[in-house]
Design a protein around this ligand. Structure first.
Ligand SMILES: [Zn+2]
Length: 462
């Protein structure tokens, strides 16, 4: 706060004319946030005072509006990226304390302990275990529901009726193996690192071992495989192994996963080394032509690929959110600073001039005034109109390309909303919606390009 006082005093001194040039260490030290920074720079610029940023070696007096915006945007974006870098997978344990939210009234198996952390409710845990074991015994979800209803067992919400979706939700809920979806806080203000609680507007992170488990990991895994198996059984009645075209419409990855070495698409293969099915992805060229043409392209286990994509999606969402905040701020400053530059403003000025020009013409034509008396005004009006017309053309041409990124951001935003914000499972549909290509860089690295243009280099675990 002391810093803040000094900042305000500096601005006051500038206004009094006591200051010629402000020298500051770096743009991140200068103001509390992007908007304040930009506004101050503008304000001082109008007084003829420049700000010199030592670290970046720039003087704001020598920059036009466009350069200033680019400068601030780049600075803020760099900071935003390094911040979100800190939120990487490896550091997720740091987020555990007090930041995982449990909705006990709709969450069977746990209650709030004395220390605020969840503890297992043994009575409810029995129901959860029963659901898992019955499912593995081959019960259908419907049969599990009727069994529970028959025994008078109530749901977490206390109702006696069990819906399929409730049981399906329990079978897929990672909380039962001690994991949780982290309700990440996000950086609302890039300059003072002020964070805001994520009230569901942002995606969440996946956290391991943050509370006691009711179901062991092996059982959970078997259930997930069984869910996939049952789903697969329904869908894949006719499948021709040799027809790659069929595969390509079936799996999102066969359309977007590309070999970095030879450019060929990747294809899914099934192995049964020990009677157990393993799915892997390999370069098609290498599958068909061996190592002659594509020497080093790696083979990936499908699970590892899916996990890497989920991690990258979460990363993309968090960067996206930070960028949106930034975009809003900058748009607000732009709109406030240059209203005369906008297309509607140009149009209305032009209309006013045209009306005046027409009035003058009427006067001259009606012989009520002499052309000579208005010669100057005719000329200047004409010049102004010509200038505005070319500006109008320019703005109109710029319009579609300027709104294009916005449109794409909107699309992405609506996609995020539709995905219900909890990205913990791989999903082919979401992958098709969000990702344009995935390039295999080497056996540990993927380059994931999202449809909004963002690229993430993603490490892939073996
Ligand atoms: Zn290849």
């Amino acid at each position: 706060m002391k810093k803040r006082k000094e900042f305000l005093k500096l601005i006051a001194d500038c206004k009094k004319g006591k200051v010629d040039l402000v020298i500051t260490k770096s743009v991140t030290r200068f103001a509390r946030n992007t908007v304040e920074g930009l506004q101050t720079v503008r304000q001082l610029k109008n007084l003829g005072i420049g700000i010199y940023f030592e670290k970046e070696n720039v003087n704001t007096l020598n920059m036009d509006n466009e350069m200033l915006l680019t400068f601030f945007f780049t600075q803020a974006q760099a900071e935003c990226e390094s911040l979100s870098g800190n939120v990487k997978w490896g550091h997720r344990k740091n987020f555990q304390d007090g930041k995982v939210y449990y909705h006990y009234d709709s969450f069977l198996g746990y209650r709030k302990g004395e220390d605020g952390q969840p503890v297992i409710d043994e009575e409810q845990a029995k129901i959860v275990r029963r659901i898992y074991s019955q499912y593995l015994m081959g019960y259908s979800v419907r049969k599990i529901c009727t069994g529970l209803e028959g025994d008078g067992i109530r749901t977490a919400r206390g109702t006696s009726e069990w819906h399929d979706s409730t049981v399906q939700g329990i079978l897929r809920n990672e909380k039962y193996i001690g994991d949780a979806i982290l309700q990440k806080t996000y950086v609302a203000d890039l300059f003072n690192h002020q964070t805001k609680k994520n009230m569901g507007e942002l995606p969440k992170y996946y956290v391991h071992d943050c509370h006691p488990a009711i179901i062991d990991r092996a059982t959970f895994q078997k259930v997930q495989e069984e869910i996939a198996r049952r789903a697969g059984k329904r869908k894949t009645s006719s499948r021709a192994k040799t027809e790659l075209g069929k595969y390509s419409s079936k799996y999102a990855l066969s359309e977007i996963l590309i070999c970095g070495e030879c450019g060929s698409p990747y294809r899914r293969q099934t192995y049964m080394p020990k009677g157990e099915k393993i799915y892997v992805w390999r370069c098609l060229n290498r599958m068909e032509n061996g190592k002659r043409i594509c020497k080093n392209s790696p083979t990936f286990k499908e699970d590892a690929l899916h996990n890497a994509i989920v991690v990258a999606m979460n990363e993309m969402f968090s960067q996206q959110a930070a960028r949106d905040v930034l975009r809003e701020s900058i748009t607000a400053v732009l709109a406030a600073a240059q209203p005369e530059m906008s297309l509607p403003a140009v149009k209305s000025k032009l209309a006013a001039l045209e009306a005046r020009y027409k009035d003058l013409l009427d006067l001259v034509i009606a012989d009520s005034a002499r052309y000579e008396d208005f010669e100057d005004e005719f000329r200047t009006t004409n010049e102004k109109m010509a200038g505005l017309r070319s500006l109008q053309t320019k703005l109109e041409l710029e319009q579609p390309s300027a709104s294009e990124p916005d449109r794409r951001m909107e699309q992405i935003a609506s996609t995020i909303e539709q995905t219900d914000a909890s990205i913990t499972d791989y999903d082919d549909i979401r992958t098709r919606q969000l990702i344009s290509t995935i390039k295999v860089l080497d056996k540990e690295t993927l380059l994931i390009r999202f449809k909004d243009g963002m690229e993430i280099t993603q490490h892939i675990e073996k």
